[in-house]
Design a protein around this ligand. Structure first.
Ligand code: FAD
Length: 549
């Protein structure tokens, strides 16, 4: 029977040695030498160069916008708007398409929650567009390698003269667009344009005094604030597409009748209960996303700076899934935030606004890092030396980490949150990542993959940067005492410990008698914190000293 427990999608409660090896197999990557070659002639630069030639002045017939999983909205969508304008100018038709590639979902390990979120958003989008007589055709590409063929076939069948899309910055997606661009060059009557839409400031454009793109966050953040202050039009929105004439319905009957696919077998929810729970937590559609933003601005943002790192307060926006699938546009989000700030620039009004926008700038910065060091989206760390660390094969530790049974309350609470909500608070993401790659010395890429397989907001850029290994090792007990001072977050997610008083909850094995601890039904820590942190530091130091990337 189709199940989320299937071999292709290991679940927290089904982690066996076989699953562990399967995850490991999904983490193949080029050599560090090859990574450097890729960085020296980036797919982003190659695509930008190609687009100069593929943006052709051809006679307009039908105009296509190709939606991707990162721009699933009609509101303030740059590519869609450009396509609509082109169609209107020549009194031709706008048609749209989404290429559904279940094998891409397998390849990236996309979670059931995110896969379902994408399909639910597509359904809403299709209905909205149909009210304007604009078809949204769902085309299935059976193989990862036959996308260009599928798109060109669609282009021919529907007499498309202009293809528009919004750019995705990861290596595979850039290479897909390069491949399409090369085909378009061979066609005398087809044009291709791929626009920047994911960020307010285009990746790669914020440069240092010596001309190269910023690679360090603090100066990038400063430059970003200056750029958006000086060029207020960066937050200007474009309108949704204009309607087609009604006769289009007949002409493109086949496209209108294409239906939203079912979730692939390996991406199905484990149960109806899980499906209902996650759908309620993550309602689809631009309206739902903007409503969530309003709620955050009205009720939470003022306290964001003070409480953002306290998971029990749920003081953050939970907007990431909407940002990453492009359900809301970042321009719309920031324009609204500025309005809330009384029209003042982001760093000049409310301190909560300044702190919140700073996080969004991290998101923009990580896209800049992706285009300049594309190897980071190929299962390799930013600092290539970390590829030389000898990780441990600790299957038992891995299983405990996945299930939230490491014996470290703060870590376990985080893991149980992700397993229940397809989301984890940022402070916990930092702590569970540190625990896996340092205290357990398990290859951080397994954790990275686990996040992909479980998060609704999974994003390759943010996830790889979040998992970037370093010498920093968090102490999850002191972290919990600082960020969850009353233990409420731990109590919520680790009910075995709910009855503990005061500081007992942060390290029950140390703070209770052996007898009382064993009554809890909660495990002893998988490793000793101090010894394991020391071991990791030594391992990193020794292996990085010998690394030759
Ligand atoms: C190990 C690790 C893995 C992560 N994986 C992902 C991931 O797959 N997808 C993802 O979107 N974020 C990821 N993050 C970043 C961050 O944890 C989430 O963006 C954040 O928790 C989302 O919650 P929120 O929307 O309530 O954020 P808020 O605190 O409300 O922040 C506002 C927005 O800013 C952006 N943002 C916030 N923090 C970060 C950050 N550290 N880096 C980049 N952008 C940020 C998000 O778009 C977020 O919605 C990861 C962080 C770590 C440490």
């Amino acid at each position: 029977m189709a199940s989320h427990n299937s071999k292709k999608h290991p679940r927290a409660d089904a982690q066996s040695e076989e699953d562990y090896n399967q995850v490991k197999n999904a983490l193949k990557h080029p050599s560090t030498k090859r990574a450097k070659q890729i960085d020296s002639d980036t797919p982003f630069d190659q695509l930008e160069e190609l687009l100069v030639k593929t943006r052709k002045d051809v006679k307009t017939r039908n105009v296509l916008h190709w939606f991707r999983s990162k721009d699933l909205r009609q509101e303030d969508n740059r590519g869609l708007h450009a396509a609509s304008q082109k169609a209107k100018k020549s009194k031709s038709n706008l048609i749209t398409m989404y290429l559904f590639t279940p094998k891409d979902m397998e390849w990236h390990g996309t979670s059931p929650a995110r896969s379902d979120f994408i399909l639910r958003n597509l359904r809403i989008l299709k209905e909205q567009l149909e009210q304007k007589n604009i078809p949204l055709a769902i085309i299935t590409a059976e193989e990862r390698g036959n996308k260009t063929e599928k798109v060109m076939q669609f282009v021919k069948e529907n007499d498309v003269s202009h293809i528009y899309a919004d750019m995705e910055y990861e290596v595979d997606e850039l290479r897909r667009d390069i491949d399409l661009g090369k085909k378009v060059l061979d066609e005398s009557d087809v044009s291709l344009d791929v626009l920047h839409d994911q960020t307010v400031v285009i990746p790669g454009t914020l440069t240092t005094g010596s001309g190269g793109p910023h690679k360090v966050f603090t100066p990038y953040h400063k430059a970003w604030l200056a750029e958006t202050k000086q060029n207020a039009e960066l937050l200007d929105l474009v309108p949704p597409p204009e309607a087609n004439d009604t006769d289009v319905a007949k002409q493109f009957e086949k496209l209108f009748s294409s239906s939203i696919p079912e979730l692939p077998e390996s991406k199905q929810y484990a149960s109806k209960e899980e499906q209902d729970r996650l759908r309620e937590l993550w309602p689809a559609g631009n309206d739902a996303g903007m409503k969530r933003l309003d709620h955050f601005l009205n009720d939470k943002i003022e306290d964001y700076k003070a409480h953002r790192s306290e998971p029990a307060k749920d003081a953050t926006s939970r907007m990431s899934a909407y940002h990453n699938s492009g359900i809301v546009s970042m321009r719309a989000v920031l324009a609204k935030t500025k309005q809330f700030n009384g029209g003042k620039h982001f760093d000049e009004g409310d301190v909560g606004v300044a702190a919140w926008v700073r996080e969004i700038v991290f998101r923009e910065f990580y896209r800049q890092l992706t285009i300049i060091t594309p190897h980071t989206t190929m299962n390799l760390p930013q600092n290539l030396k970390f590829d030389f660390v000898q990780w441990e094969d600790d299957v038992d530790g891995w299983k405990k980490w996945c299930e939230g049974r490491t014996g470290v309350p703060f870590v376990d609470a985080g893991m149980r949150q992700i397993n229940t909500e397809a989301y984890m608070h940022n402070r916990l993401r930092m702590n569970v990542a540190s625990y896996l790659r340092a205290n357990m010395l398990i290859d951080y890429r397994l954790g990275e993959r686990y996040f992909a397989e479980h998060l609704v907001d999974w994003d390759l850029n943010n996830n790889t940067q979040g998992w970037e290994p370093s010498y920093t090792i968090f102490n999850p007990v002191t972290q919990a005492q600082k960020c969850d001072p009353h233990g409420d977050y731990i109590r919520k997610w680790v009910p075995e410990l709910a009855g503990l008083k005061g500081k007992e909850i942060f390290a029950p094995h140390e703070r209770l008698s052996k007898e009382d601890f064993e009554k809890l039904g909660y495990p002893y820590p998988h490793v000793d914190y101090a010894q394991s942190a020391q071991r990791a530091k030594q391992r990193y130091k020794q292996d990085l000293a010998n690394a030759d990337p």
